[in-house]
Ligand binder design. Structure first.
Ligand code: F6P
Length: 324
């Protein structure tokens, strides 16, 4: 491998996701394997601006593969959205002798990385770290598998109450503008219906199905993605239309972002972390490392954030068939 890279900086940015630590570990250990130095940048782009740098060695990433959150901490930096903030970050990074960056995060992180890479001469590789799974160029993002398993665990518990009390539960899961957490976890819990922002006609269809559906089934789980109709609004609509149902709304919230990463997320983070460093050494820049059909692929950062992942229609059909 031919490279002019000697020192890599790594940061995590945006919402934390389980597996970010496994990604940091993989990047640090791969860099050391190839005799590169690694600097950890704390609090994402905010830390770059403020000069929050720490040297990373083998030990600094010991015993973190199983931990949720991010040891480097994270932030959503307002200052980095300004040219002055980015210039300050670049000057700080250069003063450290960092000649390439690995950034772990979601669309906001990659939007920042793209602009930074255009303004300054520094190779950047992104790793998809978000529970939302809303990036194009990877089948799954780091943290998604853990989040859907957390949601499934929580909803299984709520199902006990739904069954015992004959209740309808509307459960809101995370996923800003994206229904993929709702879709998979909904199938995993055997939800009666799943509402996602990608399919706008959901509510009338749901009401119709409740009307014509089984009358002997008084407990129901309806999964709703936070970016869609809104669980509370839907709760009101259902209460009004079906006053005989005992209806409750439950918002799972940030428990979905925390906790031990699943083995799937640890392996994904490890593979992509290795790929990021090797990609930089091969001269790649301004791309995201992702896994498509089991193979590491690199996708330009602006493709990763601009192209919406298509919702797999067959998964929606599965809900329709199985919830009868
Ligand atoms: O992008 C991850 C995510 O968890 C989204 O699903 C959610 O909308 C958002 O972050 C919430 O962010 P925060 O609570 O950190 O403001």
């Amino acid at each position: 491998m031919i490279s002019r890279i000697n020192k890599i900086g790594i940061l995590t940015s945006g919402g934390d996701s389980p597996g970010m630590n496994a990604a940091i570990r993989a990047v640090v250990r791969t860099a050391l394997y190839y005799d590169l130095d690694v600097i950890g940048i704390r609090r994402g782009y905010e830390g770059a601006i403020n000069g929050e740098f720490i040297e990373m060695d083998r030990k600094s990433v010991a015993n973190i593969i199983q931990r949720g959150g991010t040891i480097l901490k994270t932030a959503r930096s307002q200052a980095f959205q300004t040219p002055e903030g980015r210039k300050k970050a670049y000057d700080q990074i250069k003063a450290q002798g960092i000649d390439a960056l690995v950034v772990v995060g979601g669309d906001g992180t990659f939007t920042g990385a793209k602009v930074f890479g255009e303004e300054f001469d520094i190779p950047i590789i992104g790793l998809p770290g978000t529970i939302d799974n809303d990036l194009y160029g990877t089948d799954f993002t780091i943290g998604y598998d853990t989040a859907i398993n957390t949601a499934v665990d929580a909803v299984d518990k709520i199902r006990d109450t739904a069954e015992s009390h004959d209740r309808v539960f509307i459960i809101e899961v995370m996923g800003r503008d994206c229904g993929l957490i709702a879709l998979r976890s909904g199938i995993g819990v055997g939800a009666e219906a799943i509402l996602i922002p990608e399919t706008k006609t959901d509510v009338p269809h749901l009401l119709h199905r409740m009307e014509v559906g089984r009358k002997d089934k008084s407990s129901k789980i309806i999964m709703v993605a936070e970016g869609g109709e809104g669980a509370f609004k839907l709760g009101e609509i259902i209460k009004e239309r079906f006053p005989h149902y005992d209806t409750r709304v439950s918002v799972l919230g940030h428990i979905q972002r925390g906790g031990k990463p699943t083995c799937m997320d640890r392996v994904l983070a490890s593979r992509l972390g290795v790929a990021a460093v090797e990609g930089l050494l091969e001269g790649r820049r301004d791309v995201m490392a992702g896994l498509i059909h089991g193979k590491v692929e690199f996708t330009p950062l602006d493709h990763a954030i601009k192209h919406n992942k298509e919702v797999n229609e067959s998964l929606l059909k599965i809900v329709e068939i199985l919830s009868l």
